[in-house]
Structures are given as structure tokens and as C-alpha cells.
Design a protein around this ligand. Sequence first.
Ligand SMILES: [Zn+2]
Length: 369
Amino acid sequence: MSQWKPRYYDIGVNFSDSMFQGYYNGSQNQKHPCDVEAVIDRAHLFNVKKMLITASTIKESSDHFKLCELYSNQFYSTAGVHPCSVANEFYENETTPLKNVDMKLEELTEIVREGYKLNHIKAFGEIGLDYDRLHYSTKDQQITMFKKQLDILKNLDFKLPLFLHMRAACDDFVEIIKPYIDEGIIPEGFGVVHSFTGTEQELQKILDLGFYIGINGCSLKTEENLQVASKIPIDKLMIETDSPWCEIRKSHASYKYITPYPNTFYPEIESSPQKNLEKSTFKLDDKLPFPSIKKENYQKHSIYVNENATEDSELRFGILSKPMIKSRNEPAEVGQVAEVLCKLHNITEPKEIEKFIDTVFENSLKLFN
Ligand SMILES: [Zn+2]
């Protein structure tokens, strides 16, 4: 029997998102207590060895140091301002930048330097362009701040890989970033375009720049998406959840490729619940061996656990006590992205599947370790 086990590097985790604190859709009404620890426990059970926490603002860029310290050599963070956040971060109104933009950029640079020294920050980002969501930041704002952030790279005496966001903006994106590659400011292949949702031509343009491609559930929604994803060379592929967003849903074209636990992507775990759950108020997730409940039922689940668990039972301390929240993605689910991509690449032999998972893991390690 082979001792091989899948290992995953989830390169896109938004732990700063309020959903991990129990707040949903901008509501001030907390649906459940912060459950990041349970989320991390589930990720560990399925060998999500490393996670890159994505920062979207200057504040998040330094806030994440705490988690990185707590889970050193497992959690790393990015530092940078997301294209959808640049208006908020750097502008007084649509056309007037704040007077202290240069100071803010200097602050970001210092966070990058400090985080790099502490081994917390492994990527510069997420930066880029998002023309699907111009209501957050205008094109002009996005382009200006993308360039100004890229200029930070000129002031660093070390090289930091890029974590790039590009949505419906491929031509401008290539035009802006290519000179930095040509001048050697960005070493070739030193970055990933994450959450890729572009066409096959766009994929080619990004690959021509030498970048890796990050794929999550949002990259695999339609048959056309799947077609494009099947063309990504495996040595240029990284996987991510972009959690709490971008889960693979029943309505997605990719869903048919996911098989229930246990399988090669999710080998049997020791603490897997074999209990009779008939009388309980909850069901196990369709695909993973965890209770899965609606956020509204979190409280009900806690009461059930309190009433029914004996002092040392699985229900009190084991994975049954910590439910997954339906429709909220989390790092433990990154193996599903791997499974879909494997099938899209027509890889079916067990040894080949192992090689695929190892290659994708090592791709991420090459850049973000
Ligand atoms: Zn993004």
C-alpha cells in the first residue's frame, strides 16, 4: 500500500472576510460566533498544508501578521490593495486622490518589507484590474493605482512574487504589466493571476507573460470555463478556494465531477463520523464528512450538541461539534477544485492523479514558500 496522501496549498483564503466572524450580507446581526479555528481544523484534517491569506487593503495587509505568527510556516499573507478597494483606500472622490497617497504607499511598502523579513508576506497583492465591478473603483482609479503599486517593486531590495487579480480587463492588464517584466522588475513567471475566468485567448496572453493561473470554483462555473481550464498546462496551475467565496455549487458545470468522500482527493480520515445521525437535527455535508448546516441553524446545532453530547463524546469535541456553514466556502474544500481539474485534464490513473496533485502543490511552493 502506498503511503501517499494528497497535500494542498490553498493560495486564496480571505480570512478577513466578515463571514468567518459570523456576519453575512452586510448585516450587523451575528449569525454565529467566529469559527476560524474550526475552519482551520477541518483544513488540517485534509492536509491543506499551506494557505495564502489574501489582503485587499493596507490594514488587512498588516492585520494578517497575527494569524501568520500563530500558524507559522502554514499561513502566509499577501500585502497590497485590491482594485475594488483602491477608490476607498486612495481617493477623496472619483477623480481626486487623497493628499496622503504617497504616504499610504510608503506605509504599504514598509508593511511589505517588515512582513518579508518576518517570513509572513509571501506575495505582493492582490493588485490588478477588475472591470466587472467598476462601481467600486473606476477604470482610471484602478489603472493609476495598479501602476503606482507595481512601482513599489522598484524600491524593494528583494523580489516578491505577485498575486494578481484580473477580471474582464485582459488587454489593459497586459499592457500595464508587460514593461515591468521586460525591464526585469518582475522576474519571468514570478506571479499568479488568481481566480481566472477569462477566455482561451486571454489564457494564452497570461501564459505568454509567464504567469501561473489560479483556479477556484468561480473559474469553473460554465462549460466554456471548463473548456478553458482544461487547456492550462499543469506546470502552470495553482488551486485556491477564494473562500468564503467561490464554492463549487450544484448549479455549476463542474459539480458533476465531484465525487463524495472518501476518494483519492479526500482520503479517509480517522475521526470521520460513523455515528448514527438519524435522530440528530443535522446532516453530513453531501461531499465531506462534516455536519453542514445553514448559518441560521448554528445556534440550534450548538444546543443539540450541548443536550446530546456526553462528556468525552465525538459530538462534544470531535468534528461533529463544528459544523460547516452551507454556501460558505472554506479551505478544506480546495480538494474539490483539484478533482475537477484532474478530470478536465483526463487524468484517471491513480499514479497520475498523485503526480497531478503533487505538481500543483509544488507549483505553489515554488512561488509562495
Ligand atoms: Zn481576487
